[in-house]
Design a protein around this ligand. Structure first.
Ligand code: COA
Ligand code: AMP
Length: 663
């Protein structure tokens, strides 16, 4: 049995049990830490089950709780942000007072100059710079709903999100900076709105844009009466110094994420429940409080960026590091450790892929040890399961009092569901496990028939309803899709889409997705989306995209392409074009590992592509020929084609066992 480091085990257990057995009492007590403009009288409204509403009649403002509140209580001189950008050689500190002024000015621009009102959608497509965070907070201040699109997505993906969100305004910048290249954003935005217009969103190309000009020699070509210069607008407007008080369930934001199909799903987050839960979790999990520095090495395009760069650290009056750089190459693999030492970082969030990139360059941790990391008490790792080797490497190179915490969460959850804890209880680390359920999450591992699994038996990871505050409200404009996707397969539970098991010590191990979502470097991408893009190629008859293991990125997509009659001779040429098309339409983060031309795709008799079997073949793993297969000969054909492309070599499955993906 695992020995517990602390004697306060019962504290976790009693707190956890209380959160599950008396959720309303538990969360109403937590809600006292938030400033409510109108106190709630109802704690949980279950009338629309499985859509829940926490603190439904309470009113508040998220921006007030994150910014004004600290200035009013005398902490205006504390640092809210440190913008550390090796890409521009800049380090800039922002106090809470300065942040408030910027947010008020931008909120004024949105309201007085562009008529953005409570409930309107504002799409933010920006690099990781302070103005992006100011934009999120300005929306929250006036009750507008923001939807951030990751700057690494290209025009077609952006177009999908424009069509779904129908924004009143787009806030963007002229350029994003990647090592060795500049990404001009305006042409991408313009192309995206043109695509959206063609897809039937009338007026998409006329949506107003507010453009933050960073310079760097990238011209800003503004179209009259549509595109507006951020600086000029800030000068011309008056500040919006009040706040718009919103109902607890008023949407703060929605964030698109990938599912099984190509269409992105807008995960909708409330205001009150999220504020309450996030404030607690900053303390429980990350150990971050007033004036503590939190460095989340992610991007605001992901849920982690929303919770751990923007809202979480600010809710507790901490300091958030906005890092515009990479784990390696900006300038070297010591970049993250330099940030920690220089800014006295107490807690950090990282994705395993970043750690693996550093480990590859600094396997003995020499560079890491050249920095004084004594300030660092917690390393939160998520985005995918962290392979035990990387957990051990990190643990061995850090001080013994730094908690290395592989913790599990999702866009849908908004905050960690399974984790170790800085505050409630520090459990002994089991590499490969995400540790214990966080208070509020009644995690169950279920068999397909809905029965609970025994320990060590792998099953589908689910959450027993009701879900805690801050969990997604629903899908943007799609309640039925929400019920169908998440709530249907296991009535009474939220189905998370992951497979895992709980061991005899009560430690949970999350092994990977059960659906066709591919997790590339912590970026969640649907195989259906890549297939959709490839299918548009004029020479392609059909295709299938599978995930294969990759040492640094965790997984990468491989495309299997069947060409139309008469195109076989062109296959190499088409493969190159397909490769480029995926980068161009979706973004470079979706880069294919391989594109393989095959004669036919193996399918079941009902026509379903056997992706699970293909994945096993690509990784030279043993597999059983599915009994439902239409023509088993195709498996050998595909294997030969894969071999020619350098696939079918055994992979080092150090990342863990295989989740049973859909076949
Ligand atoms: N804008 C434009 N392009 C971008 C981009 C951005 N914001 N971010 C990445 N890209 C491009 C890169 O330049 C690269 O292009 P290339 O193929 O031409 O070289 C490509 O996309 C692949 O990027 P990625 O796989 O992300 O590698 P990276 O070296 O750029 O970044 C990490 C490494 C670790 C910083 C990054 O992968 C990361 O942050 N991952 C974690 C994501 C996360 O936080 N997930 C949380 C989920 S809970
Ligand atoms: P996203 O919604 O983009 O944050 O991706 C969430 C998905 O990432 C989860 O469903 C998991 O598949 C995976 N994931 C995130 N963190 C972990 C973790 N610590 N262990 C295992 N898988 C993880």
């Amino acid at each position: 049995m695992i020995r517990l480091l602390s004697r306060r085990f019962s504290e976790y257990l009693s707190m956890y049990r209380n959160s599950i057995e008396n959720p309303e009492q538990f969360w109403s007590s937590a809600a006292k830490e938030i400033v409510w403009d109108k106190p709630f009288t109802t704690i949980l409204d279950k009338s629309q089950e499985p859509l829940y509403s926490w603190f439904p009649d309470g009113k508040l403002n998220m921006c007030y709780n994150c910014v004004d509140r600290h200035v009013e209580s005398g902490s205006g001189k504390d640092w809210a942000f440190i913008y550390d950008s090796p890409m521009t050689n800049k380090i800039v500190h922002y106090t809470y007072k300065e942040l408030l002024e910027e947010v008020q000015k931008l909120a004024g621009v949105l309201t007085f100059r562009h008529g953005v009102r409570k409930g309107d959608v504002v799409l933010i497509y920006m690099p990781l710079i302070p103005e992006a965070i100011v934009a999120m907070l300005a929306c929250a201040r006036i009750g507008a709903v923001h939807t951030v699109v990751f700057g690494g997505f290209a025009s077609k993906e952006l177009a999908n999100r424009v069509v779904d969100s129908k924004p009143k305004l787009i806030i963007t910048a002229n350029v994003g900076l990647e090592p060795g290249k500049k990404i001009p954003y305006l042409p991408i935005v313009n192309e995206a709105t043109q695509i959206a217009e063609k897809r039937g969103l009338q007026g998409a190309d006329s949506i107003e844009r507010l453009v933050f000009d960073r310079g760097f020699g990238v011209p800003v070509d503004l179209k009259l009466h549509r595109d507006y210069d951020y600086y000029e607008e800030m000068v011309m407007s008056r500040p919006f110094s009040s706040i718009v008080s919103v109902g607890s369930s008023h949407p703060l934001y929605f964030l698109h994420t990938s599912g099984t199909t190509g269409a992105p799903k807008g995960v909708l987050r409330d205001t009150g429940g999220y504020a309450v839960a996030l404030k607690k979790v900053m303390d429980w999990v990350y150990g971050v409080g007033k004036r503590d520095v939190f460095f989340s090495a992610s991007d605001i395009g992901w849920v982690v960026g929303h919770s751990c760069i923007t809202y979480g650290p600010l809710l507790v009056g901490g300091t958030s590091v906005i890092y515009e750089g990479k784990p390696v190459g900006t300038p070297d693999s010591g970049a993250w450790w330099r940030v920690i030492q220089q800014h006295n970082v107490k807690s950090i969030f990282v994705a395993p892929t970043g750690l693996r990139a550093i480990k590859r360059e600094d396997p003995l941790g020499k560079l890491m040890k050249s920095f004084d990391l004594s300030c660092l008490k917690h390393v939160g790792i998520a985005g995918e399961r962290c392979d035990p080797d990387t957990v051990n490497w990190l643990t061995n190179n850090l001080k013994p009092d730094t908690l290395v915490n592989d913790h599990w969460w999702q866009t849908e959850s908004g905050w960690p569901m399974i984790s170790n804890f800085m505050r409630i209880e520090k459990f002994e680390v089991k590499p490969g496990s995400a540790t214990k359920p966080v208070p509020g999450w009644n995690i169950k591992i279920l068999r397909e028939n809905g029965e609970e699994c025994n320990s060590q038996e792998s099953g589908v990871v689910c959450v027993k309803l009701p879900t805690p505050p801050g969990f997604m409200l629903t899908l943007w404009n799609n309640d039925e899709g929400f019920k169908e996707k998440y709530m249907k397969d296991f009535p009474g539970y939220y189905m998370a889409g992951d497979e895992g098991f709980c061991d005899e010590d009560g430690y949970f191990h999350i092994m990977g997705r059960t659906d066709d979502v591919i997790n590339v470097a912590g970026h969640r991408i649907s195989s259906g989306l890549i297939e959709e893009v490839i299918s548009y190629h004029e020479d392609v008859a059909e295709c299938a995209v599978i995930a294969v293991y990759e040492k640094i990125k965790g997984e990468m997509p491989v495309a299997l392409v069947v060409l139309k009659e008469g195109h076989d001779v062109l296959s190499k040429h088409v493969e190159q074009e397909v490769f480029q098309k995926v980068r161009q339409d979706i973004g470079n983060i979706a880069t294919l590992k391989k594109c393989v031309t095959v004669k036919r795709l193996p399918k079941t008799r009902s026509g379903k592509v056997l992706r699970g079997t293909l994945r096993k073949i690509a990784q030279a793993q043993e597999f059983e020929v599915p009994s439902t297969i239409d023509d088993p000969v195709i498996l050998d054909e595909v294997k030969d084609s894969m071999k020619e492309c350098g696939l079918c070599v055994p992979v080092d499955l150090e990342f863990g066992s295989e989740p049973s993906r859909t076949n």
